[in-house]
Design a binder for this molecule. Structure first.
Ligand code: OAD
Length: 247
């Protein structure tokens, strides 16, 4: 393992263009449950696949709104961990070399101080209108409620995250795709690699550069990786990105 770590550290030192793609596992050690881990995953208890859809929201807006309120409250109580911090510190020491792409909506990379995070699935702390807003929606603050609504036309506020079946924000996806295609090295940390198009970014990176998977468990993306490091994000990211190894 030490040898594998040293080899990947060398690749990081040599990389002019580094991309890091993160998933729920990167926040696990902050206390945010992942989506698919048996026992602790949010899906095991709450079946998010039935809550995180426009259909579910339209069928029962208060239920889905309350579920997001619970997730927001949970995320507000946790802190970025050593993995988030190592990424933010490396980016600050090496301006312009790292593109951080995350599937996470928890905002922990941003809170750790990572600049220019490409949040493929949006962020939990923002809302938007369910229907295209009319003049009345903008004319007054939304009326409080679960969810808040336009007092005139009834348009509802919804979390500005990407739900199942929805397109990713096109500008964010295009920027992530370009970074993946051009990078020398991509680190893929804490993601099962089962959700596309996010997983496709690792395939795009592998066409030109190296891919390294950081995960305690096997993933769908191990097959495209030149190296797989078995361990947790809060351990491996600091071990790989420590200041003493800087180019
Ligand atoms: P998953 O829950 O599918 O996968 C979490 C991954 O993290 C698994 O591979 C775990 O082995 C790994 N893991 C667990 N603990 C870890 C640790 N301490 N350090 C590193 N890795 C660890 O989460 P994602 O791959 O992020 O999308 O899921 C992708 C998307 O699926 C989410 O963004 C969400 C969901 O649908 C939307 O909400 C649109």
């Amino acid at each position: 393992m030490d040898q594998a770590l040293a080899r990947v550290r060398g690749w990081i030192r040599a990389a002019d263009r580094l991309v890091v793609l993160t998933g729920a596992g990167v926040s696990a050690e902050s206390g945010v449950p992942t989506f698919r881990d048996a026992q602790t995953g949010l899906w095991a208890r709450l079946r998010p696949e039935e809550l995180a859809t426009e259909e579910a929201f339209r069928a029962d807006p208060p239920m889905v709104w309350d579920w997001y309120a619970m997730r927001r409250a949970m995320v507000a109580q946790v802190q970025p961990n050593a993995g988030h911090q190592a990424l933010a510190a490396w980016a600050q020491r090496h301006p312009g070399r790292l593109t951080l792409v995350t599937q996470n909506v928890d905002g922990l990379h941003q809170r750790a101080g990572s600049p220019g995070v490409l949040a493929l699935h949006g962020t939990l702390d923002q809302d938007r209108w369910l229907e295209p807003p009319r003049a009345c929606c903008h004319a007054q603050p939304p009326q409080a409620g679960r969810p808040p609504r336009c007092a005139t036309c009834g348009n509802l506020r919804r979390p500005a995250v990407v739900w199942f079946g929805e397109a990713l924000p096109p500008g964010v996806l295009a920027a992530a795709d370009e970074a993946a295609r051009r990078c020398d090295l991509m680190l893929v940390a804490g993601t099962s690699g089962v959700v596309w198009p996010a997983a496709g970014l690792a395939h795009a990176a592998a066409a030109r550069g190296r891919v390294v998977v950081l995960n305690p468990e096997p993933t769908e993306l191990d097959a495209v990786a030149q190296a797989v490091l078995r361990g947790t994000a809060a351990h491996l990211l600091p071990a790989l990105l420590a200041e003493g190894d800087d180019a």
